[in-house]
Design a protein around this ligand. Structure first.
Ligand code: LLP
Length: 422
């Protein structure tokens, strides 16, 4: 599957529903997810024995439920992500483990929950092995290994190599196996995740590193996980990664391991972005147009409190105007698209390092809608209440129906945990 992205600069509907109707019913800013796209991306990965959804990309309960019903397992990185998985109907334990906790630390709450509920632990540091082993000896664990190299769409999303805090350093595998056995913990699998938005050339190196590590760990290894990181298209014309080629690489490594270990080895993949990025649209309203010297600014009602990827990584997201009159052939202008926040970096069209970039968009008027595309992964989940902006609403379009899956946060909810001492 190597679809290339086509994102028009004028958009009338999302998954068959008029954007204007979505905005009228749910307000703006609102994240809208297309369930069919999520199902399609899950189906692309069917060759793997297990697809484990990295819910950090978009952890709304309805999205978790959709993926659970589609057969995906789930990855968690915090106590509350574990609780989300449970709330979405995942059972705490089973074979393969429906929920895995993958992290580099346990905080007190996650350790308690994982131990008490029998959630599978994938340990990313030697200390995690000790802390878990003391409380839950003789269980099965897996180890997340840092293979000594990594790659991501940004330095901030590279999770391998010696500059990364992630995973157990590959040379410490032997020490960690010995540590685990001191508590009677059985290491039944290995996991590697080298970064998010990595390219296929780097991802391809991981299967070789995995093979080496699994041979070192020996016959106890019954499962390997390729981690996540599969890139998705953000710019027009960019293609999806060739998942069949990716699977073939891993399958070959798995088969060699099966021969060497003389037993079956299951193969898992753990994507976040791949499953949900393209499904998501952030629907905003254009609230002001300003000419600042030579630059024309479109200011919309969503900011980096809703979608932080541009300010964090200089990430590019496709954008479209929703012409109120349905005219999709308006003249185009170079504009800079920003939000309402009281901070200069609140610009959606910026490059890494913060320099603003112009985007060519059809001419629009205040009151019209502007849609930011490919916003399903690391959009809503990285939202904040900066400037006391409420968390946006979320809507899922499935089978021709749009349903709200998170209501816009209210003022009372925003200040619910706060109090003024007397
Ligand atoms: N597994 C592990 C252990 C991870 O740390 C991650 C992502 C994934 C899987 C899923 O990676 P994906 O398939 O989504 O690339 N906020 C950044 C991405 C941070 C990714 C963190 N870990 C962004 O907006 O690009």
């Amino acid at each position: 599957m190597t679809d290339s992205l086509t994102f028009p600069t004028s958009l009338v509907d999302i998954a068959g529903i008029a954007v204007a109707d979505l905005a009228r019913e749910f307000g703006t800013p609102t994240f809208v997810y297309d369930a069919a796209m999520i199902r399609r991306r899950l189906a692309d990965l069917a060759a793997f024995d297990h697809v484990r959804y990295a819910q950090k990309a978009c952890s709304n309960l309805a999205v978790l439920d959709l993926l659970r019903r589609g057969g995906a397992l789930v990855d968690t990185v915090s106590a509350f992500e574990v609780r989300r998985a449970l709330a979405a109907g995942y059972p705490p334990d089973g074979t393969p483990p429906p929920i895995v906790y993958t992290a580099d630390i346990f905080d007190a709450e996650s350790l308690r929950l994982v131990v008490e509920r029998g959630i599978h632990a994938n340990c990313g540091s030697p200390d995690m092995i000790d802390q878990y082993g003391r409380l839950a000896p003789n269980r099965e664990i897996t180890l997340r290994i840092n293979p000594g190299f990594g790659h991501g769409h940004s330095r901030k999303t590279n999770t391998g190599g010696e500059h990364s805090k992630h995973g157990i350093w590959h040379a410490q595998l032997g020490d960690c196996l010995a540590r685990a056995s001191r508590y009677g913990l059985r290491v039944t699998g290995l996991h590697m995740h080298i970064g998010s938005g990595a390219d296929l050339a780097h991802l391809a190196l991981v299967s070789g590193a995995m093979e080496k590590a699994a041979l070192e760990a020996g016959p106890g290894i019954g499962s390997i996980s390729a981690g996540g990181g599969l890139p998705t298209p953000y710019r027009d014309g960019e293609t999806c990664v060739d998942v069949d080629a990716y699977f073939a690489l891993w399958d070959a490594a798995r088969k060699r391991l099966e021969d060497a270990l003389a037993h079956k080895v299951s193969l898992e993949v753990e994507p976040g972005r791949y499953l949900v990025a393209e499904s998501g649209y952030l629907v905003t309203e254009l609230r002001a147009i300003k000419q600042q010297g030579g630059n024309r600014f479109y200011l919309v009602d969503a900011g980096f409190n809703n979608l932080a990827r541009p300010i964090l990584y200089g990430a590019y997201h496709p954008m479209a105007i929703v012409p109120a009159d349905g005219d999709c052939s308006r003249p185009e202008d170079d504009v800079i698209v920003g939000g309402p926040l009281c901070e200069s970096g609140d610009i959606f069209t910026q490059e890494e390092g913060g320099s603003v970039a112009a985007r060519r968009l059809p001419r629009a008027a205040v009151g019209e809608l502007l849609v930011i595309g490919c916003a399903g992964a690391y959009g809503s989940v990285m939202g904040s209440n900066y400037n006391s902006k409420p968390m946006a609403a979320e809507v899922l379009v499935a089978d021709g129906r749009a349903r709200q899956i998170r209501r816009r946060q209210t003022f009372d909810e925003l200040v619910a945990g706060e109090s003024i001492p007397d």
